[in-house]
Design a protein around this ligand. Structure first.
Ligand SMILES: [Zn+2]
Length: 467
């Protein structure tokens, strides 16, 4: 029997172990999509205890705690940090076979040298050992980033963000590049009439332009896009329930804009047309400045009205959606491509039903201008565990070029999530090692070692080409 989570964790063949330890493990991390707070990095925040760095803001853990019967008071409520941790420790033994069980113990091991299995029995000891480290003066968020050998971080930022924290980090000469990424979801959320108008008022203020027409909206957004570019941004991201590519005329769009700007609710057709137009315009901006665009497609968000009202978005009440996507996604990309305006693109899907659909979709728009111009992004959100990663890697291998894949990202809100790269790299090496030992891939350490180093780091580093 193998030992639980030893040095060969997830590596079931000798070839897999060699590939991981010699080629994957030494590579730095290129984390091109996450939700870390640039403010916390700028202020080099330290944490008083494990709950603050581990439980505050982690909707994966809250979801597991709720499923285990834990009251909301201990997830997002006013319980003390120790009480919240105690409830998490009670929950962990019930997370067996959920990736949380692996992530939890990898994070304890890698960052805190804690080898104990977290449970009510060990809770106090784990709490004290970790808190001692956290308050030692060498465990700030920048210390953690450096310990994890992170080369580059791209955060997720709204067009109205001042980027003051990114500027402050750059002035500090922190050895990890911390770059903004442009996420303009709120600028196309026309189904929420009031919120959309409030947002436009804020955008008008930061862009210093009155937004009284659709053209003025585009000017304001382009000004902010340029400002992001000046601050090192080369990457956009869109969270979409599905792709939008309805036909529209500019006359339609002007009328739709005027209607929603005068606080009248839009109908379904108008909403779809507006979103279709915005996605095209955002794609044009990204192409004009040579950025890469990312589309995260397929989440069905805020399903519990009661808890959305109480806690707001991103609190653990989202799930996998099943809207059709193939025709609209192809049309959305084709529209840009027909005008030679399709920039480098990464597509992420949330419904595993669609893995092969996405893996083939990317092949439609490769144009030989750079390797892997259109990427099928790594297993995302509900799919970023071993099973989801293997399915994504297999779909991409079967239908595209695995060797050109830009690899993993954390997509996390916690500084302790860098072990997800380790988890991904082990899973990748295990797939390759198994193939070698079965005689399905050549036993060529040079060829396979390069593949592993490329997917772990170099493909992303070269593809995104940040300055
Ligand atoms: Zn994300």
């Amino acid at each position: 029997m193998k030992k639980f989570m030893d040095e060969h964790f997830l590596l079931h063949t000798e070839t897999a172990q060699e590939l991981y330890h010699e080629h994957a493990a030494p590579m730095p991390i290129f984390d091109y999509h996450c939700h870390l707070s640039p403010k916390e990095i700028a202020e080099d925040k330290s944490y008083e205890n494990l709950s603050q760095i581990w439980l505050h803001g982690d909707h994966y853990k809250w979801r597991a705690m709720r499923s285990n019967g834990v009251d909301e008071r201990y997830c997002t409520g006013d319980a003390s940090d120790w009480e919240k941790f105690e409830k998490w420790a009670e929950t962990v033994p019930y997370t067996l076979r959920n990736p949380l069980y692996h992530w939890t113990h990898l994070e304890l091991k890698r960052f805190f040298d804690v080898d104990l299995l977290l449970s009510p029995k060990t809770a106090r000891e784990v709490w004290e050992q970790c808190n001692e480290k956290l308050t030692s003066g060498s465990f700030s968020c920048r210390d953690i980033i450096s310990k994890a050998k992170v080369d580059t971080i791209c955060t997720t930022d709204d067009p109205i963000d001042s980027l003051e924290y990114h500027q402050a980090i750059r002035e500090d000469d922190f050895e990890t590049a911390v770059l903004p990424a442009w996420r303009p979801d709120k600028a196309m959320m026309v189904e929420q009439t009031e919120a959309f108008n409030d947002y436009l008022d804020q955008l008008a203020e930061v862009a210093n332009i009155e937004i009284d027409s659709f053209d003025a909206l585009l000017v304001a957004l382009d000004k902010r896009h340029e400002f992001f570019h000046e601050n090192g941004c080369r990457l956009s991201d869109h969270g979409l329930d599905t792709a939008y590519a309805d036909d529209y005329s500019m006359k339609d769009i002007h009328a739709i804009f005027d209607k929603v700007r005068s606080l009248k609710n839009l109908n379904e057709t108008e909403i779809r047309k507006f979103k279709s137009c915005m996605l095209y315009e955002f794609g044009m901006m990204d192409h004009a400045r040579g950025w890469t665009q990312q589309y995260h497609i397929g989440a069905q968000r805020n399903n519990s009205t009661r808890l959305f009202k109480k806690l707001g978005p991103d609190t653990g009440f989202d799930s996998i959606g099943d809207l059709p996507v193939a025709a609209s996604l192809a049309k959305m990309l084709d529209r840009l491509d027909q005008n030679n305006k399709l920039t480098k693109t990464v597509l992420y899907n949330l419904n595993p039903r669609d893995n092969e659909l996405y893996a083939t979709m990317i092949g439609n728009f490769q144009d030989g201008s750079c390797p892997g111009k259109i990427q099928y992004g790594s297993g995302w959100w509900f799919l970023d565990q071993k099973d989801g990663m293997e399915k994504q890697l297999n779909a991409l291998s079967n239908l595209g070029l695995l060797s050109r894949f830009v690899g993993m990202l954390t997509d996390s809100r916690s500084f302790l999530s860098y072990t997800r790269h380790e988890y991904f790299r082990r899973t990748l090496c295990n797939l390759l090692g198994t193939d070698v030992e079965r005689g399905e891939l050549p036993n060529d350490p040079e060829l396979l070692g390069k593949l592993v180093r490329d997917i772990s780091f170099w493909n992303a580093k070269n593809y995104f080409d940040f300055e």
